[in-house]
Design a protein around this ligand. Structure first.
Ligand code: GDP
Ligand code: MG
Length: 251
């Protein structure tokens, strides 16, 4: 197993240094690379990552803030050009996704290694999963988002809006990433839907999500509206033209 961890950043100068410190400890026992995808953060997140001088950490510098979905798609395209990776991890920079949960997720990904298309979801809303220091309003929004997407899209998973995941390279290679439309956080819902359409083996691992200590959330009303609108459109499309989605998302 050789994973690469993709970490999108926008103004995460303090958080990313803390996260890299924790990843450095894990790197002593597990061989992985990191790709930080930075949208030209004004707080110079990318330069600060560079100054850490960690040979296993690379940076993809993008010209301007263009949303989480666009950042991840660019990161996927970059790592797919390398032949050395077996899995791609997606992880927030702000400490909400704990390094402590990674070993269990890696081991879940390893157990299904012979099933070539596979997605492991770090899940908050299942037995053993939890959320620390998130206001009740954010918890309700996240739970309602997952429930709505589950019903609208018929995806039998418990955390469709979370971004702590592992994709097998074979799964990512089987997807038409360029036809994906989500710019914001609903990219996570679109990826879960596309993975299920690609026939991926799915596995959920309970995680503890801890609200950030440093920096500020980039969540906005526009992101919530995009998610609601897109999910509704995807749901209608699936009902009206059930096979078109698969042709659109899966190569
Ligand atoms: N490159 C990039 N990263 C982003 C963008 N929006 C959010 N992020 C990153 O995505 C992760 C999750 O964002 P965050 O603000 O913590 O959202 P929240 O946890 O839902 O409040 C963090 O690492 C952010 O820095 C963006 O437009 N571009
Ligand atoms: Mg966060």
């Amino acid at each position: 197993m050789k994973p690469v961890i993709l970490i999108p950043t926008y103004n995460e100068a303090v958080s990313i240094v803390e996260l890299l410190k924790e990843l450095l400890l894990l790197h002593e026992s597990i061989d992985f690379d990191v790709l930080v995808i930075d949208d030209n953060s004004p707080d110079r997140t990318a330069d600060i990552v560079d100054s850490q001088n960690l040979p296993w950490v690379k940076i993809l510098r993008r010209p301007a803030k263009a949303g989480l979905g666009a950042a991840y798609r660019a990161g996927f395209q970059q790592v797919l050009t390398s032949a050395s990776y077996t899995h791609v991890v997606t992880m927030d920079a702000d400490g909400s996704h704990r390094v402590a949960d990674l070993p269990a997720m890696f081991s879940a990904a390893n157990q299904v290694t012979n099933l070539k298309r596979c997605i492991v979801l770090g899940t908050r809303w299942m037995p053993g999963g939890s959320v620390v220091n998130w206001p009740k309003s954010r918890q309700l929004l996240s739970q309602a988002g997952t429930k709505y997407a589950r019903i609208a899209l018929g995806i039998p998973l418990n955390d469709l809006t979370g971004g702590f995941r592992i994709y097998s390279i074979d799964l990512l290679k089987s997807l038409n990433l360029s036809t994906m439309t989500a710019t914001g956080y609903c990219f996570q819902i679109e990826m879960a839907m596309a993975s299920v359409l690609a026939g991926a083996c799915t596995c959920e691992v309970p995680i503890t999500f801890v609200e950030r200590i440093n920096g500020v959330s980039k969540m906005s009303k526009a992101i919530v509206i995009e998610a609601l609108w897109q999910t509704t459109l995807w749901g209608l499309a699936r009902r009206l033209r059930p096979n078109a989605d698969k042709l659109n998302y899966v190569k």
